[in-house]
Design a protein around this ligand. Structure first.
Ligand SMILES: Nc1ncnc2c1ncn2[C@@H]1O[C@H](COP(=O)(O)OP(=O)(O)OP(=O)(O)O)[C@@H](O)[C@H]1O
Length: 259
């Protein structure tokens, strides 16, 4: 029996721009499960990022509930919401958005010092471990301007998990990366997931989506289908036949949804 980590009830979001209403989320009922790597696909402009922002408390829904560990985060005050985002959630975006005058090491460490109940030396240890695990040890003292795109994004992944979040929200985390760097970031997200962090990732890319064990298809304001896959086996990451087989399953499923 899978444990729900995050769920929505009748989640709706309407934007009003220039007096015109856009109903982007239309009464979404969704369950996300602890330990899953869930991917969200769907047409451009359909509202995938809006869904991710409402689920993670970065944006407020127009109506409906977003329940995380028993709490409706759509109704929380700013103080409690900020605490939740700092203590329990991690975020990775298409652009790394690092602080330009801090080193890569400091970019990872700084949010770590906000972790409740952890000493400075424990944060340092967590940062050291992550910097090594993300392959950043050689460039830890570099500023973001001195780092490559892949290094910056690996740093953004490390920063997202330094506080040991329950769930990482990733919005097109490989969208700005070349193939080699994309694979590295996806491998890192997979490794974090196998270490117990739930992942929710929005992506346009089928190859990236099949890193998940569950793929949701979002269109016309709601979830229109879902595909269950066996958890990604890292032993086969470099095996083209393994990747193609998962991709073929996802493509057939997407075709059945008229993607
Ligand atoms: N702040 C805003 N104000 C008004 N409309 C918005 C706002 N943010 C998003 N929208 C509109 O909401 C719709 C959904 O946008 P969203 O970015 O969630 O889609 P998406 O599926 O993530 O798109 P893409 O795949 O292209 O990144 C779009 O039509 C967009 O123009």
């Amino acid at each position: 029996m899978r444990e729900t980590i995050l769920s929505t009830r009748k989640l709706s979001k309407t934007y009003v721009a220039d007096g015109v209403q856009a109903h982007v989320l239309g009464s979404v009922d969704l369950e996300l499960y602890r330990g899953d790597f869930t991917s969200i696909m769907g047409p451009s402009g359909s509202g995938k990022s809006t869904l991710l922002y409402c689920l993670s408390g970065m944006d407020a829904p127009t109506s409906g509930e977003v329940i995380f560990e028993g709490e409706d985060i759509a109704r929380l005050g700013q103080g409690r919401l900020s605490e939740l985002r700092a203590q329990r959630f991690g975020f990775v975006f298409q652009a790394a958005n690092l602080v330009s005058n801090l080193t890569l090491y400091e970019n990872v460490a700084v949010p770590g010092y906000l972790k409740r109940g952890r000493s400075a030396s424990e944060t340092k240890r967590a940062t050291d471990e992550l910097v090594a695990r993300m392959g950043l040890a050689q460039v830890a003292s570099h500023l973001p301007s001195q780092a490559s795109g892949g290094q910056k994004q690996r740093c953004a992944v490390a920063r997202a998990v330094v506080n040991e979040p329950a769930i990482v929200f990733a919005d097109e985390p490989t969208g700005a990366l070349n193939r080699a760097n994309s694979l590295e970031v996806l491998d890192l997200l997979g490794e974090l997931n196998r270490n117990g962090i739930s992942i929710l990732m929005v992506t346009h890319d089928v190859r990236s989506a099949v890193r998940g064990n569950r793929v949701l298809y979002f269109e016309d304001g709601g979830i229109r289908g879902e595909l269950e896959l066996a958890p990604w086996d890292p032993a086969f990451s470099g095996d083209e036949a393994y990747v193609r087989e998962r991709e073929a399953m996802a493509n057939a499923w997407l075709a059945s949804l008229s993607w």
